[in-house]
Design a protein around this ligand. Structure first.
Ligand code: ATP
Ligand code: MG
Ligand code: MG
Length: 372
């Protein structure tokens, strides 16, 4: 069979590799750490820096198509790969979605609803942005942020300068702070002929800015489901994505949808598709980049997922068998050695009859990990 290349060695790459293997492909991965979660299951692991163009070229020469699970790869590296082999989604998609200003400007231009924002590159722009958007607002670095890192809340105009200092006075974006009812995501998939499918809106809860729980469907989100899908389709079409893209949205108190950000790859909130759908987000990533027909991605039953951060290990080894006593719960561990606080080590998914019951079950399952 053909060999698929994945840039990045984390859990998203690992679950991609597992899906690729089921579909008969080999996988080579490139990442900056040896024995990575993905490297443990791939046929071959290339280790090097993400800006080592020569090493990345060497990896690209061994595969038939490249995708990624980590988007902070410099444009030069993406370009170098594209000179050797096809990359899905393209380097251009990567270029846009790794920079919040480019991302929001591009989507707004296409008439897609994004949170109100202004660029902040100078002190003057910062003052102007605060005047125009008001406070409270959120200042985010234009690039490099994840899990809420690289963002500061600006409670009032006087706090603006110090907030920007805190970020190192780098290129940034000021966003109006949205008083949202809840957060949802839509996992969109698009193939090279323009066929679109997906899963969502998945309702998401964060703790300390890190995703904690995802559930689909949520009956309260039924009224925005069609619009969420239409927005996601609009985003993937505008960016000409071939592959998987997650669109994170805020649902306002009056049921409007606003795009928060997009990720050009499978997303943590889509992990429940592994157990709940005929084709998971990783199966779909393989299908889309290989030119295979897309699968069915509507969950067969309600599903909920909770993350297992390193914090779960603090009281000693988790009691796996207690969690798995609930037969509808499945455990996914990523093969990471050191369970540091805040580090995503794995997740649990429950599938069942109602949205409420799967949420209860998966939360209880996680709590039971602490039992002796
Ligand atoms: P991720 O890990 O999802 O990539 P990130 O660091 O890129 O996160 P965002 O998704 O932009 O950051 O923000 C993280 C969280 O902070 C959001 O999920 C939301 O809860 C909150 N947040 C971000 N922007 C806003 C906003 N404009 N208004 C209100 N809340 C916000
Ligand atoms: Mg992000
Ligand atoms: Mg986010």
């Amino acid at each position: 069979g053909a060999t698929l290349g994945v840039l990045g060695g984390g859990q998203l790459g690992r679950m991609f590799a597992e899906a690729a293997h089921r579909l008969g492909y080999h996988v080579h991965t490139y990442s900056d750490e040896a024995n990575s979660p993905c490297g443990q299951v791939a046929e071959r692991e290339f280790v090097g820096a993400y800006d080592d163009i020569e090493a990345i070229r060497e990896f690209a020469r061994t595969v038939d198509v490249v995708t990624f699970e980590f988007e902070n790869i410099c444009s030069a590296a993406a370009q170098a790969i594209e000179e050797i082999v096809q990359v899905h989604p393209s380097g251009q998609v990567l270029h846009i979605s790794q920079h919040r200003l480019r991302e929001k400007s591009t989507l707004a231009e296409a008439g897609l609803p994004v949170t109100p924002f202004r660029p902040v590159r100078t002190s003057g722009e910062l003052q102007k942005a605060i005047q125009e958007l008001g406070t409270p607002s959120i200042l985010k670095t234009a690039s490099g942020g994840y899990d809420g890192k690289g963002q500061v809340t600006v409670p009032n105009a006087d706090a603006a300068e110090s907030a920007w200092k805190e970020l190192g006075e780098v290129e940034a974006i000021l966003e109006q702070r949205i008083d949202f009812k809840c957060e949802v995501s839509y996992i969109g998939v698009r193939d090279s002929s323009g066929n679109f499918t997906g899963c969502g809106p998945i309702r998401n809860e964060h703790v300390n800015h890190i995703l904690d729980l995802s559930v689909f469907p949520d009956p309260e989100m039924a009224s925005v489901a069609e619009e969420a899908r239409a927005i996601a389709q609009g985003v993937l079409e505008k960016l000409d994505v071939v592959g998987v893209m997650c669109v994170e949205l805020f649902v306002t108190n009056d049921d409007r949808l606003l795009i928060n950000e997009v990720a050009p790859r499978p997303h943590n909130s889509g992990h429940l598709t592994i157990n709940a759908c005929a084709s998971s987000q990783f199966d779909q990533q393989v299908r889309a980049i290989c030119g295979l027909p897309l699968g069915e991605m509507t969950p067969l039953k309600p599903a909920a997922m909770v993350n297992l951060l390193g914090d779960v290990w603090e009281q000693g080894a988790p009691n796996w068998s207690a969690a798995l006593e609930r037969p509808s719960v499945s455990l996914h561990l990523y093969g990471k050695k050191e369970p540091r606080a805040g580090r995503k080590m794995g997740h649990l998914t429950a599938i069942g009859e109602t949205s409420k019951s799967v949420v209860d079950t998966v939360i209880q399952a996680r709590l039971s990990l602490q039992s002796k």
